[in-house]
Write a protein that binds this ligand. Structure first.
Ligand code: NAD
Length: 414
């Protein structure tokens, strides 16, 4: 995964004609933390899990990025995702740098007590390097508002009342209105911009979504509310389709109870991976990385791909899609709605002030539209695809900030 992030970074650095030294400085994380988390399981046996936090760049502000609890979590994953966060926060121009982390564990096999214990151990072991002005975690795969609440509680034991140490918290614990659905809402907003570009409207389109967690379910719900038909949805257990459009509210109720779309009676079952090749206008990969690869890219029928997940498309697959004229709205733009509302949450926590939901939604929409327009403009100016354009824009912003703070003293053309 790190090589894939590096491929996109280098491609944009070529456009900017950056020297090897500057590339190295902008690429290298400033801190890599690896912690051993020893906790009791429910049977009273000692278990241990590895936790990671990679802090990539802080030129534009405190570092920001999610925490992922997953068996595939390791240092490389954290480093690649931290890197993407630096560019993502720059694309939407929120005042943060980039970080990412998580714990190598399988939350589906753990009780809530065990998850609580391992989360608190993680905070204990990383409390010196996270904080409201240094590094602010947020939810990612298999973490949610409840986990963020535990983090705030544990960190506050050491540092005093600190709601700004983490975002994506529960509403009654200094979370923000609109944060839970923010990434999905951002996906919806950039899709609307992509539709305008392609001369299509909501009523015209059929959509397939891979992943029905925070990002996929909220994106599907908001997009179906616009009048589009969500005809296929898949998760790690399987898929469900309905040519007339799935009833997304009913599907959300089903998933809340059963933790999977599998078995939902409002559609036909199918084998999950087939969702990538579904006959649709829009494909939204919103699960994990490497969903679209060299192996399945030829099957993709959508002519707009909006990357709800981080790094869902391999470089070879991405380049093949672009070559075929598919509009790929890249992760660092498409799923930046979450970090944008995390910024609003952090600002509200610092000001001890609450925004109404309509303000959150309105300002999120403005930022996402502005970012889409800036990336589109860069793509036109340099005759490059949207992903390379997003990286160029972001590297330029981060580079300018680093230069202004004199991290980078030598003259560089950005
Ligand atoms: P989540 O844990 O809420 O949901 C993940 C979903 O993906 C689940 O429906 C799960 O069943 C599905 N899934 C897992 N493995 C799969 C597989 N092999 N095939 C099909 N589906 C599979 O996670 P999330 O927060 O929705 O995150 C999803 C993606 O979006 C990740 O790449 C994450 O980094 C990215 N992202 C999340 C946020 C956020 O605010 N939560 C923000 C930006 C980016």
């Amino acid at each position: 995964m790190l090589e894939e992030a590096q491929y996109y970074f280098q491609k944009a650095a070529d456009v900017l004609n950056l020297s090897d030294r500057i590339r190295e400085i902008l690429w290298t994380p400033i801190r890599v933390v690896k912690v051993d988390l020893v906790v009791d399981d429910d049977e009273g046996r000692l278990q241990h899990y590895m936790g990671y936090r990679v802090q990539h760049n802080k030129a534009r502000g405190p570092m920001k990025g999610g925490l992922r609890f997953h068996p595939s979590m390791d240092e490389d994953h954290a480093a690649a995702l931290a890197n993407l966060m630096t560019w993502k926060t720059a694309v939407v121009d929120v005042p943060f740098g980039g970080a990412k982390g998580g714990i190598n564990c399988d939350p589906l096999q753990m009780s809530e007590r065990e998850l609580n214990a391992v989360t608190r151990r993680f905070v204990e072991e990383t409390k010196e390097v996270i904080g409201p002005t240094t590094d602010i975690p947020a939810p990612d795969v298999n973490t949610n508002a409840k986990v963020m609440g535990w983090i705030m509680d544990e960190y506050s034991k050491y540092a005093g009342f600190s709601p700004g140490v983490v975002t994506g918290k529960p509403l009654h614990l200094f979370g923000s209105e609109g944060r839970e659905e923010a990434t999905g809402r951002g996906v919806m907003v950039v899709l609307e911009e992509a539709l305008k570009e392609r001369g299509k409207s909501w009523g015209d389109i059929r959509v397939a979504v891979q992943g029905f967690g925070n990002v996929g379910a909220n994106a599907a719900r908001l997009i179906s509310e616009q009048g589009a038909r969500i005809v296929a949805v898949a998760d790690h257990m399987g898929g469900v389709s309905n040519d007339n459009g799935l009833d997304i509210n009913a599907l959300c109720d089903w998933v809340n109870e059963h933790r999977t779309v599998k078995g939902f009676a409002g559609g036909e079952p199918f084998n999950g991976p087939e969702v990538i090749a579904w006959d649709v206008d829009v494909l939204i990969p919103a699960a994990l990385e490497d969903a679209i690869t060299e192996q399945n890219v030829d099957g993709v029928k959508a002519d707009i791909v909006v990357e709800g997940a981080n790094a869902p498309t391999s470089p070879a697959a991405h380049d093949a899609l672009v070559q075929r004229g598919v509009l790929v709205v890249p992760d660092i733009l498409a799923n930046a709605g979450g970090v944008t509302v995390s910024y609003f949450e952090w600002a509200q926590n610092i000001q001890q002030f609450r925004w109404q939901k309509d303000r959150v939604d309105r300002e999120l929409t403005d930022i996402m539209r502005k970012a889409y327009a800036a990336v589109r403009e860069m793509a036109e100016e340099k005759s490059i695809d949207m992903r390379t354009a997003a990286f160029v824009l972001a590297i330029r912003r981060v580079g300018e900030a680093a230069k202004a703070r004199m991290y980078i003293k030598e003259e560089i053309q950005l």
